[in-house]
Design a protein around this ligand. Structure first.
Ligand code: MN
Length: 199
């Protein structure tokens, strides 16, 4: 039996992030891009030894393998996008919950410094990629990855992510990636999700 990968439902209505991220952007980003990664992965693994693996298992089995790059890219992009939607919430931003705030202050000094580091990573990632808040051992870190890459594969636990592929912001912000990133950090970032991921 083949394990069919599915497009998970968005955790909010498609106009719930407006005006920071418009329903128009979501209709393409979720409805076309995210969906295409799911459709592509299902086609690529059908009938192969990867067909019965979970999404995480497919990622682990293909990371760093040049002959499996297409499968890795689609699988990791499914995972990354699902994680990104959960990293956003319509009434986000503001102060992180207490346990996360304490951890942020221990690692960055202040919440503002953490947000600044995330914004810098997001705006300086050259080309397509992702800016992550991750737990590395006992310390929080900001990490950027290119294309589909995910710090999971380097042993870090991811807490939240910002998508900085142009398709994430171009319809709403054109070339102004920094404006998209700062609006997301101030108004949509889901600190509660990040705290839950501390485990
Ligand atoms: Mn994307």
């Amino acid at each position: 039996m083949s394990n069919v990968h599915v497009l998970p439902p968005l955790p909010f209505a498609d106009n719930a992030l407006d005006p920071v991220i418009s329903a128009n952007t979501l209709s393409f980003h979720y409805g076309k891009h995210h969906k295409a990664y799911v459709d592509n992965l299902n086609k690529l693994v059908a009938g192969t030894e990867l067909a019965d693996l979970s999404l995480e298992q497919v990622i682990a089995a293909t990371v760093g393998r040049a002959d499996k790059a297409g499968i890795f890219n689609n699988a990791a992009q499914i995972w990354n996008h699902t994680f990104y939607w959960n990293s956003l919430t319509p009434k986000g931003g503001g102060e992180p919950p207490a346990a996360l705030k304490q951890k942020i202050e221990a690692s960055f000094g202040t919440v503002e410094a953490c947000k600044q580091e995330l914004a810098t990573a997001a705006t300086t990632q050259f080309g397509s990629g992702w800016a992550w808040l991750a737990l590395d051992g006992d310390k929080l870190k900001v990490v950027k990855t290119a294309n589909a890459n995910v710090p999971l594969t380097e042993g870090m636990k991811t807490l939240l992510v910002i998508d900085v592929w142009e398709h994430a912001y171009y319809l709403d912000y054109q070339n102004r990636r920094a404006d998209y990133v700062s609006a997301v950090l101030d108004r949509l970032i889901n600190w509660g999700f990040a705290e839950n991921n501390l485990g």
